[in-house]
Design a protein around this ligand. Structure first.
Ligand code: TYM
Length: 334
């Protein structure tokens, strides 16, 4: 079976970008019986940005409840928390020892932090942790440990998947064929979902629309999306519009084509936003109630996650690490 794997960092409330870029395409892929799916909560990754334990806990609960509300069936897909699989940090170290430092120097997130320091006239690495620098190696371990072939992610993660391929290939070259090389699977009509201010929707920009915002709040947020000041009746450019980008991610090709024509013939921003709200709400509201029920039962979610990780370790992680330990010359733990 084709293995599909993806994760979300537990650093905040899940948003529409996570849904359209990762959750929805991943669950669509899962419907194919020839697919074996792996969905997880990247809580080790969260520690790189978040030093607030309560926030990591809350986010873990919310993201887990979101996956389940969106239709993940834990009896059909592997569903787990990264930090419940100790073989992941163990593999991270094995990969760290073969990962090129020069490659990590080129990682977008690290480079962006260095650029910011330079602009501020600080030392290149001021305030940058080794955790941020090593982020792509931990992510490669997430992917390689289950030999995932397809990784549904937003565009911002493509570079990380390429690095995982590079590290996997290098390890295979040195120690024998242990890893399948993964490929990113990108939703073409979603690409990067813009946030309220037009930049990429992201927890770090504080411009997100929470996936399960109550209806009224959803409406308010959608009406607050920044637009240009073209008046009703004036033609509008769909290609540069956040409202259109969002609309497209939540509608069929036909609906998007109709909206494009409405933009050309000067639809009012208020009307376009109402249409956008209707599309998003139609898709999300059937899941919202389920989410509210799930998020109110943390013990059930906890049990589901633990069970997933325990079975997954036995099925794949522990045997693989035994094989890798032997391959690199470490003692057999069994
Ligand atoms: P994270 O938590 O930032 O985002 C989770 C997923 O949501 C996608 N995404 C978006 N897609 C479209 N438009 C947006 N505005 C948008 N914002 C976020 C991301 O591309 C991602 O697919 N490093 C990863 C988590 C991770 C992971 C992995 C993913 C850790 N290990 C292994 C895949 C495989 C991250 O921080 O995603």
């Amino acid at each position: 079976r084709t293995r599909v794997l993806t994760g979300i960092t537990t650093s905040g409330t899940p948003h529409l970008g996570n849904y359209a870029g990762a959750i929805r395409p991943a669950l669509e892929a899962s419907r194919d019986p020839s697919v074996e799916s792996f969905y997880f909560l990247a809580d080790y990754h969260a520690l790189i940005k978040v030093m607030d334990p309560a926030r990591v806990q809350r986010s873990t609960l919310e993201i887990a409840a979101s996956w389940l509300a969106c239709g993940l069936d834990p009896s059909q897909a592997w569903f787990y928390r990264q930090s419940d699989i100790p073989e992941i940090p163990e593999l991270t170290w094995l990969l760290t020892c073969i990962a090129g430092k020069g490659i990590l120097n080129r990682a977008h997130a690290y480079k962006a932090s260095v650029d910011k320091n330079r602009e501020a006239g600080e030392d290149d690495d001021a305030g940058i942790t080794a955790g941020l620098f090593m982020y792509p190696v931990l992510m490669a371990a997430d992917i390689l440990i289950f030999n995932a072939q397809k990784v549904p992610v937003g565009r911002d993660q493509i570079q990380h998947i390429e690095m995982a391929r590079d590290f996997g290939q290098r390890f295979n070259h040195l120690f024998g064929e242990h890893f399948t090389l993964p490929e990113a699977a990108i939703e073409q009509h979603v690409a990067t979902l813009p946030g309220l201010d037009g930049r990429k929707m992201s927890k770090s920009y504080d411009n997100v629309i929470p996936l399960f915002a109550p209806r009224e709040q959803l409406k308010k947020l959608i009406y607050s999306i920044v637009t240009d000041s073209r008046a009703p009746g004036e033609p509008k450019d769909a290609d540069t519009s956040n409202v259109f980008q969002l609309f497209q991610a939540f509608s069929s090709r036909q609906q998007a084509d109709d909206m494009r024509r409405a933009f050309e013939s000067g639809i009012a921003w208020g009307e376009a936003k109402q249409a956008l709200f209707d599309r998003i709400d139609a898709e999300i509201s059937p899941m919202r109630e389920k989410y509210e029920t799930l998020v109110a039962k943390p013990a059930d979610i906890e049990a589901t996650l633990r069970d997933g990780a325990a079975r997954l370790r036995i099925a794949y992680a522990t045997p693989l690490l035994a094989q890798l330990r032997e391959a690199v010359g470490l003692r057999d733990l069994s």
